[in-house]
Design a protein around this ligand. Structure first.
Ligand SMILES: [Zn+2]
Length: 260
């Protein structure tokens, strides 16, 4: 942070699909990064120009810092040269991710989904009552509610499964059927699983797409109790078998014995 952008190249228009390559180049050139923030699954970097850069990595995106002169890997769609010679690369083989330079005062029109994000369990104060307020009144199933970014920001498919397992709640359990003790467990599990995953650098699966700025993968995948373990014995209760179902189009894993 505190570094000025000296040059910018955008190699693939799709990464700039919401605006244009020129909008990224013009918005970043000469600007200084003030800080790095995360809200839900969005990375936001305020600039000294008053604008900000949003980066969403989606499924396969990586944001990497490289030393001066390093050769960019394949699928590097945005290269940002900093005043100390280092480079910031946005690499994304599948190009589902995107980069947007926007005016925070106009976020509702430019990035409506960023403006509409729900409570963030890590970035915000997150008490049990905040969890209940976000999803408690719904007749819907817990799993899709945890994934609904407008209600709670930042929980992805892997962590929704691990949180529900830790809380001993079935993914298809209706939110409005939970008692007070279940809300307490679900709140504790959300907090514990997300913080443990962050501590361990996230989950890098077989495709090794999830890495930090230095290119290092996470290790939380070794802690998964249900995600990716379909057909295996439940390590929590030792009696059930992990089942995989598709719920709301998303692969969902749970133990039918210890999750109710
Ligand atoms: Zn079990």
């Amino acid at each position: 942070m505190g570094h000025r952008v000296e040059h910018v190249t955008v190699g693939r228009d799709r990464v700039a699909r919401r605006t244009s390559p020129e909008a990224i180049i013009d918005g970043l050139s000469g600007a200084t990064f003030l800080e790095a923030r995360r809200r839900g699954k969005y990375l936001v970097f305020p600039l000294d120009s008053g604008e900000a850069v949003m980066v969403h990595l989606r499924m396969s995106g990586q944001l990497l810092v490289a030393e001066a002169g390093a050769a960019a890997p394949p699928h590097t769609h945005v290269t940002i040269g900093l005043d100390d010679g280092r480079q910031l690369w946005f690499v994304d083989p599948r190009t589902f991710g995107e980069v947007v330079v926007f005016d925070p005062a106009a976020v509702e029109s430019t990035l409506p989904e960023l403006a509409a994000l729900g409570v963030d369990p890590i970035a915000d104060r997150f008490e049990r009552r905040d969890l209940v307020a976000a999803i408690g009144g719904s007749r819907g199933a817990l799993k899709p509610l945890l994934l609904d970014q407008r209600r709670i920001a930042g929980i992805g498919n892997i962590y929704a499964d691990e949180i529900l397992h830790d809380a001993r709640l079935r993914p298809d359990r209706r939110a409005d059927s939970l008692r007070r003790s279940s809300w307490a467990r679900l709140h504790d599990s959300t907090d514990r699983i997300l913080r443990a995953a962050i501590r361990q650098g996230g989950s890098s699966l077989g495709d090794a797409q999830y890495v930090d700025l230095m290119g290092h993968g996470g290790s939380y995948q070794a802690e998964h109790r249900v995600y990716g373990r379909a057909g295996k014995r439940c390590a929590t209760c030792g009696r059930g078998w992990i089942r995989r179902i598709v719920s709301g189009g998303r692969s969902t894993h749970f133990c039918g014995v210890c999750q109710r």
